[in-house]
Ligand binder design. Structure first.
Ligand SMILES: NC(=O)c1ccc[n+]([C@@H]2O[C@H](COP(=O)([O-])OP(=O)(O)OC[C@H]3O[C@@H](n4cnc5c(N)ncnc54)[C@H](OP(=O)(O)O)[C@@H]3O)[C@@H](O)[C@H]2O)c1
Length: 291
């Protein structure tokens, strides 16, 4: 299988690139501003950029779109850029996948829901609270209505190995390990289903191999708020110095509204792959400490 991953210098795309290569796929992964190891340049907003990798000659069977703006509060304050990087980039990759007759994989989020009744199944009614969520939902609709051969993976609270170590879990581990004092003001009322990016890659590999289509939630067995997530990590660092200050979301003055009772249910995926073993945050941190 020939796979093109836009945004392989990031957390999800990077894990997919490494995992698919380890399975023998022919994979090209791209970066935009951070040239991570083994990636090539590609700008999803400008297919005519002469610096772009020549995707047409590569002629992938699958295009995976991980190249997006993921900072929810930044999106709220920069609407045009958020629209461009989430909606327009998706339309561009839709056009490319139609031209090349490639399957398109779009990565979405539980932020398309309002967080009143989560965790959510795939067929529940979206009602995004933030611009990030509105734009992700619009991008999903573009993919669903224009590309017959599509997969939409919904994920949330992703952590895992990445070159820049910028995700929430990795940052806490790094600081605790390096003896830096942590001050963590975290919402106690935002619940979600954290997922290891490595498990997303493993799940997507199975779905692609079996030519699956449609929407799949990829979530783990954990359902926790941010305070619980931090505590789960910190218990592995008994000498870590930290102030953990639980806050209510309304006290935090975050520019973008959050789904409070968010997260995703993975019954659909598990019904189709009952042997699939999802890892959880405890697995990730304990394994990290034995490396
Ligand atoms: N992380 C989460 O918790 C989470 C939750 C739900 C959904 N998602 C979705 O999952 C997808 C991947 O997220 P992630 O966490 O892996 O994000 P990430 O680590 O921030 O990676 C984003 C990627 O997009 C690339 N990119 C940005 N602008 C681009 C452009 N114009 N052209 C091409 N590539 C561009 C970045 O390249 P450079 O870094 O090289 O500039 C990077 O490789 C996103 O669609 C995100 O919305 C993530």
């Amino acid at each position: 299988m020939k796979i093109f991953i836009a945004g392989a210098s990031g957390l999800v795309g990077g894990n997919c690139m490494h995992y698919f290569k380890s399975k023998g796929c022919d994979v090209i992964g791209t970066y935009f501003s951070y040239p991570a190891k083994d990636t090539v340049f590609y700008d999803t907003l400008n297919h005519e950029n002469p610096a772009n990798f020549d995707i047409k000659s590569f002629a992938p069977d699958v295009i995976i779109h991980c190249g997006a703006l993921t900072h929810v509060d930044y999106c709220e304050q920069n609407e045009a850029e958020s629209y461009q990087k989430t909606v327009e980039s998706t339309q561009n990759l839709v056009n490319l996948s139609l031209q090349l007759n490639a399957k398109l994989v779009f990565i979405s989020t539980d932020y398309i829901f309002d967080g009143k009744t989560g965790p959510y199944l795939e067929n529940e009614t979206p009602n995004p609270l933030s611009l990030y969520g509105v734009h992700k939902l619009e991008a999903e609709t573009i993919v669903k209505t224009q590309v017959a051969k599509h997969l939409i993976l919904r994920i949330t609270n992703v952590y895992g190995d990445e070159e820049r170590g910028k995700n929430f879990v990795s940052r806490i581990i790094d600081q605790a390990k390096n003896g830096q004092k942590l001050t963590l003001k975290l919402p106690v009322d935002q619940f979600a289903t954290p997922i290891n990016a490595f498990d997303i890659a493993r799940a997507l590999y199975l779905l692609l191999n079996e030519e699956k289509k449609g929407i799949y939630n990829i979530a783990s067995t954990d359902y926790m708020n941010r305070v619980q997530l931090a505590q789960t990590i910190l218990k592995y660092f008994p000498n870590a110095e930290y102030d953990l200050i639980p806050m209510r979301t309304h006290e935090m003055n975050q520019p973008a509204a959050r789904p409070l009772q968010g997260g995703l249910k993975m019954e659909k995926f598990l019904n189709e792959y009952p042997d699939f073993a999802f890892s959880n945050v405890d697995d990730y941190v304990s394994k990290y400490l034995t490396k």
